[in-house]
Design a protein around this ligand. Structure first.
Ligand SMILES: Cc1cc2nc3c(=O)[nH]c(=O)nc-3n(C[C@H](O)[C@H](O)[C@H](O)COP(=O)(O)OP(=O)(O)OC[C@H]3O[C@@H](n4cnc5c(N)ncnc54)[C@H](O)[C@@H]3O)c2cc1C
Length: 337
C-alpha cells in the first residue's frame, strides 16, 4: 500500500511513525513544505524567554524520520490533489513532480486567522503560527537587543495564544500592550473568575491589558506602527493573534466536502473514501475541530491502527484538558473546551 501524508506537524508525523510500526510493508511518504524538521508548535509561544529555542523546539530532524524508514520529501509544497489519478502534484526541489497514493492523509494543519479588516495591512504585522514566524519575530527583536533596547509590542487578541505571547515577551523584558475586543480575557476557555486572575497575572508581569478594544487598522508612522482603535497608539511592532484557520484549500479544489475544516466521518475519512484528514484541518461530524496535541495524537494512532485493520468502531475523542502557558498563571476552574 502507498500512503502519502501531507504535513509534518504532530498529526502527520505521529501518524507516519505509528503506521510504520503497524504496516511494515507499506510505502510511507510524507511531504512537507518545512525545512527545519518536526517541531513542537506549542513551544512557539515560549520563543522569547528561551534563548536556545530554535534548536530545542526541534523534536525530530527529517534525517531521523528517514532513518525510521519514512520517506520525507521536505521543502516541498503539495499544490493539487488529483483524485481520478489518485496522485498529488508537488512543487519543490525534489525530482518528482507528482506522487501516486493508495491512501492519502491530509494533515496540513492551520494558518493564523487574519480578520478581513486587517488584510490590507498584512505587510505591517507579524503572526506566530510557525517556526518561520518565530524566527522572523526573534530576528526583529534582536535588532533592538543589539542596541541594548527592548521593543514595544502591540498584541492584538486576548485568546490563548495572544495571552501566552504577551506574557513571554513581557517576562523577556519588552514593553507589551494587549488589545482584546471582549470584556474579559480568554472568554472562550476560562470562567470569568479565572479571566480576572489571568488579567492580574499579566498586569503583574507588566503587560498593559486593554479590554473592549475595537482595532480598526494599522498605519506606519516613521519607524513606528500605529494601532488605531477609538484612539491611536504607537508601537515598534504588532502581532495579530486572532485564532486559526484550517488549511482547507487543497481539499476544496479537489471537490472534497469542507465547512470550517475538511469534513470527516468518525473514521476520519473525507467524502473520498481513500482520503483521510486529521489534526487541525479535520472537522468531525459533531462540527468540532480538535486542535490540541492530545486528541490529535489520539487521532493519528487510531487512524494508523484502523488502516492496519485493528479497529472498526470509529475514533472517539479522549478526555483531555489544556493549560495556558502564561508565566505564573494557573486556572482555578477547569478549562472550557
Ligand atoms: C503558538 C501556539 C501555541 C500552542 N499551544 C498549544 C498547547 O499548549 N497545547 C495544545 O494542545 N495545543 C497547542 N497549540 C495547538 C497545536 O499546536 C496544534 O493543534 C497542532 O500543532 C496542530 O497539528 P497539525 O499536525 O494538525 O498541524 P500543523 O502543526 O499546523 O502542521 C501542518 C504542517 O503541514 C504543512 N503543510 C501545510 N500545507 C502544506 C502543503 N500544501 N504542502 C506541504 N506541506 C504543507 C505545514 O507547513 C505544517 O508543517 C498551539 C498552537 C500554536 C500556534
Amino acid at each position: 500500500m502507498d500512503i502519502v501524508i501531507i504535513g509534518s506537524g504532530i498529526a502527520g508525523v505521529s501518524f507516519a511513525e505509528k503506521a510504520r510500526t503497524l504496516l511494515p510493508d507499506a510505502e510511507i511518504t510524507l511531504v512537507t513544505r518545512e525545512h527545519d524538521g518536526y517541531y513542537s508548535r506549542p513551544l512557539l509561544s515560549r520563543g522569547f524567554t528561551r534563548s536556545d529555542i530554535e534548536q530545542s523546539i526541534i523534536l525530530k530532524t527529517f534525517e531521523q524520520l528517514r532513518a525510521g524508514n519514512i520517506n520525507v520529501i521536505a521543502g516541498t509544497e503539495v499544490t493539487a490533489i488529483n483524485r481520478e489519478e489518485k496522485s498529488v502534484s508537488l512543487d519543490g526541489p525534489c525530482q518528482e513532480t507528482s506522487l501516486s497514493y493508495d491512501k492519502l492523509i491530509l494533515a496540513q494543519g492551520s494558518a493564523a486567522f487574519i480578520p478581513p479588516p486587517f488584510l490590507p495591512y498584512r505587510e505591517l504585522f507579524f503572526c506566530l503560527n510557525s517556526l518561520t514566524d518565530l524566527k522572523a519575530l526573534r530576528q526583529f527583536r534582536e535588532t533592538f537587543l543589539n542596541h541594548n533596547q527592548h521593543p514595544s509590542w502591540a498584541i492584538i487578541g486576548g485568546g490563548l495564544i495572544g495571552c501566552e505571547i504577551a506574557s513571554d515577551l513581557a517576562v523577556a523584558g519588552d514593553d507589551v500592550t494587549l488589545f482584546h475586543a471582549m470584556d474579559r480575557l480568554m472568554e472562550r476557555q476560562l470562567v470569568a473568575e479565572d479571566s480576572d486572575l489571568l488579567l492580574n497575572v499579566l498586569d503583574d508581569s507588566g503587560v498593559n491589558v486593554l479590554l473592549n478594544q475595537n482595532v480598526h487598522g494599522f498605519a506606519e508612522e516613521d519607524d513606528k506602527l500605529c494601532v488605531t482603535t477609538d484612539v491611536a497608539a504607537e508601537f515598534d511592532a504588532v502581532v495579530v493573534c486572532c485564532g486559526f484557520k484550517p488549511r482547507t484549500e487543497l481539499a476544496a479544489q479537489a471537490g472534497l466536502e469542507i465547512d470550517r475544516g475538511i469534513k470527516v466521518n468518525n473514521y476520519l475519512q473525507t467524502s473520498d473514501p481513500d482520503i483521510y484528514a486529521l489534526g487541525d484541518v479535520a472537522e468531525l461530524p459533531n462540527g468540532k475541530l480538535y486542535a490540541f496535541i492530545l486528541p490529535i495524537r489520539s487521532q493519528s494512532f487510531w487512524l494508523a491502527g484502523f488502516l492496519a485493520g485493528q479497529d472498526n468502531l470509529g475514533w472517539t475523542p479522549p478526555v483531555f484538558t489544556t493549560k495556558a502557558k502564561v508565566h505564573g498563571f494557573d486556572a482555578v476552574h477547569p478549562y472550557i473546551l
